[in-house]
Write a protein that binds this ligand. Structure first.
Ligand SMILES: Nc1ncnc2c1ncn2[C@@H]1O[C@H](COP(=O)(O)OP(=O)(O)OP(=O)(O)O)[C@@H](O)[C@H]1O
Ligand SMILES: [Mg+2]
Length: 443
């Protein structure tokens, strides 16, 4: 799926840090959000429901004219949910890619939106580093460079002492983390992941390191079991399974492989077993499907089925269309959404902005993009937002910055804004322009 497109679209919303709610009420301006209070409060209730696990398998529609903050509110929801709840942004047109079929693209997005919180007992080596010897060797391709070839470590607890030898990878991890004698460390036995926990209270103090945590030397055996908690998505588990590795290995893989339905079934079974044993918890995340007029009847059928399955994410749709044809059919319906799905949607409406709200949003974006305008220039831009669209006015900020830099100025005035607006047209003007010349272009 196109990462680049997604990234660019999110770029317009970098100022959004949450929904700006205090005691359940939306403040006029908070966390980068301005106005649209009813929709923000509704979105906040959805966030609470998701956190309490009451939303899985349900769907929400954000509905409103272009530029009224539907995508911004979805980003706000993601910020409120925090990093452990998966939030996947999908622009509906992304499902029509050459790489996978439509349904495979949707399936991947859905499985990325379901997290599994895994509690795992792992065998680790834990203790204070008593002795550390790194053996260096010349780099095979560059003999002038020395690289660590192996490492010999003596590790001790209060009750035990052991010496281990390991290869390049672990030696490198020690060097990169600046681990020295007297540090307390942990090594995951299966994967070799090295973690520095702190410095032993019994070791000599190192004055050049600030914020070091001083710990008691561990007691008991050096090799022991430790509990880890981490969140993985079903999609990550699918990739691991497809690669053939252990599902619990902490090493991350990014290799994209074809994923068969057998693999997904195996992963689901494995997850269900973990849940039954009390070793895992499913975290339904959010799949945000933006610009849904691009979804066709097959995509809707697939999503509707997905919502009914046992492990389902919360789906948030956004639409700026009224009555329109369901893609792939001749049926007209509200937002171009099939009736059976419409019936199960909670709908949040976004309203056009007032002049004051637009001004505040533009001011936030000026700060975000580091562009200064005179008061008059700002007013002119606010007028343009009203005449054309908020999005158009915001989009003019970046070229305006370029223009004043060329002129060696710090601050843009009305002329600069009008100059830029004259160079870059809004889509209505450009479409009308084409219409006027259509005959000429086509002949
Ligand atoms: N309430 C708001 N507070 C702060 N910024 C906002 C707000 N609403 C919109 N914006 C900003 O204004 C711009 C346009 O809004 P956004 O893209 O969210 O509109 P949209 O409803 O998704 O439009 P479309 O239907 O065209 O997709 C974005 O940069 C967005 O971050
Ligand atoms: Mg949008």
């Amino acid at each position: 799926m196109s990462v680049r497109v997604t990234f660019e679209r999110i770029g317009a919303h970098t100022h959004i840090r949450g929904l700006g709610i205090e005691n359940g009420k939306a403040k006029f301006k908070s966390q980068g959000m301005v106005g649209q209070q009813r929709a923000r409060e509704a979105a906040y209730i959805i966030v609470q429901m998701i956190k309490r696990g009451k939303m899985a398998g349900r769907a929400i529609l954000l509905s409103g004219p272009p530029g009224t903050g539907k995508t911004a509110i979805a980003i706000g929801i993601a910020k409120e949910l925090g990093k452990d709840v998966p939030f996947i942004y999908l622009s509906a047109s992304e499902i029509y890619s050459a790489e996978y079929s439509k349904t495979e693209a949707l399936m991947r997005a859905i499985r990325k939106a379901i997290g599994v919180k895994i509690k795992d007992l792992r065998e680790v080596i834990e203790g204070e580093v008593k002795k550390l010897e790194v053996k260096m060797a010349p780099h095979p391709y560059n003999p002038y460079q020395q690289i660590p070839e192996s490492i010999k470590i003596t590790i001790a607890t209060k009750d035990e002492e052991k010496t281990f030898s390991a290869g390049t990878e672990i030696a490198l991890a020690f060097i990169q983390q600046g681990i020295r004698e007297g540090d307390i460390i942990m090594i995951d036995k299966e994967t070799g992941k090295v973690t520095k926990l702190g410095r032993s209270k019994e070791a000599p103090r190192l004055y050049d390191i600030e914020g070091e945590e001083y710990l008691d030397r561990p007691t008991g055996p050096i090799i022991k079991e430790r509990e880890f908690i981490y969140v993985m998505t079903l999609h990550e588990l699918d990739l691991r399974r497809a690669r053939g590795g252990s599902l619990l290995s902490l090493f991350f893989t990014t290799s994209e492989k074809e994923i068969s339905s057998d693999i997904r079934r195996e992963v689901d079974e494995w997850v269900k077993n973990l849940v039954e044993e009390g070793r895992a918890e499913i975290i339904p995340g959010v799949l945000f499907v933006d610009e849904i007029h691009m979804l066709d009847i097959e995509a809707y059928a697939f999503l509707n089925r997905a919502l009914e399955s046992e492990m389902a994410p919360i789906i948030i749709f956004a639409s700026n269309r009224g009555f329109t044809k369901i893609r792939g059919t001749d049926i007209t319906s509200p937002h171009g959404i099939p009736m059976d799905l419409l019936d199960r949607l909670l709908i949040i409406i976004t309203e056009p902005y007032t002049k004051d709200e637009m001004r505040e949003i533009i001011k936030i974006r000026m700060r975000e993009e580091d562009v200064k305008l005179t008061d008059e220039a700002l007013e002119r831009l606010v007028e343009m937002a009203q005449e054309h669209s908020l999005r158009y006015a915001i989009m003019l900020l970046a070229p305006t910055k370029e223009v004043i830099q060329l002129k060696n100025k710090d601050i843009a005035d009305v002329e600069d804004i009008e100059y830029v607006a004259n160079l870059f047209s809004d889509y209505k003007t450009s479409a009308e322009h084409l219409k006027e010349y259509e005959k000429l272009y086509l002949s």
